[in-house]
Design a protein. Structure first.
Length: 361
């Protein structure tokens, strides 16, 4: 039986500064979609009467509205899958909210639109009235719970395993195009190429080896894969989190240390002393209400994010990634006296001998 496949949202490729060393470019490509650790990802289910797509009626000039609202039993599957990822002990956490303006992840259930998600921080580029994730079929059907785990994996920053250059898959391209052109997917050649046949850059993939058991791996029927030979009869991952999936999540989002982060005092720099992929966290309690700038200094590529603590939770306020340019990442935001903020700095790579630091002013 043909499988129903996730169709990734096609986002524009990031533009990095020219002339970067291979090491710096690799670090930037690998990390640009990943959240800083300690982020609380708020999700909401789109449930208003007006939450719908307007689609054309085939063969006519008419349009009709197709709802994004999902039944409670569908939503419950997604809730359980957020809890499963959270249960690994990762440093990210997931909180359901009712206000879409407070949600980084906005989830719809439009049947016929496929199942898909933005990847990692790409969700922040989507307007608050739009979905960042959709489920296009019944998640309560046997074997379909893995769809929710898969799409949440994308929201964490993971990509499709079968597109890894380490997989060594030799496809029967025309058989793949024909398979996906028919029901239940009805994909054109461009979408099939983007989601299946296209090879990712080695720096983009989830790990240094192909994981055919990954939740991010599709199942494929016989006749599509020519090599490796053992998959000519089909590839059938279990639809659960594999050991390498768990390792990836915990490597990027390790459990947060219990001690309170140090305070970042205005006009006083704090050394970072970070290695590639490491992160430093600080608290800020502004002495007055005004526009502040928070910035990184030194010979390193980094992302700087400010969170405001509201109702006991850090809410994403602003962030900037220096994109490998010679300028350092700086963020301007209005901070309010009496409120509490977190500043989180993650280093992609260090390309000089000097120390890096962060300052609020």
């Amino acid at each position: 039986m043909p499988g129903r496949y996730c169709s990734l949202v096609q986002a524009s490729a990031p533009a990095f500064a020219p002339g970067l060393t291979a090491e710096r470019l690799s670090a930037l490509v690998r990390g640009h979609r990943m959240w800083v650790n300690g982020t609380v990802l708020h999700y909401c289910f789109l449930d208003r009467d007006g939450d719908a797509s307007v689609i054309a009626v085939p063969g006519t000039a008419e349009t009709r509205r197709v709802s994004w609202v999902g039944a409670k039993e569908q939503q419950d599957v997604v809730r359980e899958c957020f809890e499963e990822w959270q249960g690994l002990g990762i440093g990210l956490s997931f909180v359901e909210v009712g206000d879409r303006s407070e949600a980084e992840l906005r989830i719809g259930f439009q049947y016929g639109d496929g199942s898909w998600s933005t990847v990692g921080k790409d969700a922040l580029r989507v307007g608050t009235g739009e979905r960042t994730m959709n489920f296009g079929w019944d998640l309560t059907a046997p074997g379909e719970r893995g769809t929710a785990l898969h799409e949440i994996g994308h929201a964490l920053g993971m990509l499709h395993e079968h597109q890894s250059p380490f997989a060594g898959i030799h496809w029967d391209d025309e058989a793949v195009f024909a398979e996906l052109a028919g029901p239940p997917n009805f994909w054109d050649r461009e979408r099939t190429f983007f989601n299946i046949l296209r090879k990712l850059d080695g720096d983009e993939v989830n790990g240094s080896a192909w994981d055919p058991q990954s939740i991010m791996e599709y199942a494929f029927p016989p006749g599509l894969i020519l090599e490796p030979e053992q998959y000519r009869a089909g590839l059938n991952p279990p639809g659960t989190l594999s050991p390498l999936d768990k390792e990836f999540a915990l490597r990027w989002y390790p459990p947060l240390a219990a001690p309170e982060p140090p305070a970042l005092v205005p006009f006083r720099s704090a050394p970072l002393r970070l290695g590639p992929g490491e992160q430093a966290d600080f608290t800020v309690e502004p002495p007055q209400t005004r526009e502040y700038t928070v910035g990184a200094f030194g010979d390193g590529d980094a992302v700087v994010v400010i969170f405001e603590v509201r109702d006991g939770e850090p809410r994403y306020l602003a962030g900037q990634d220096d994109g490998g340019t010679e300028r350092n990442a700086t963020v301007r935001a209005r901070l309010v006296k009496g409120r509490r903020y977190f500043v989180r700095v993650r280093l992609y790579s260090s390309w000089g001998s000097g120390e890096t630091a962060v300052m609020c002013w």
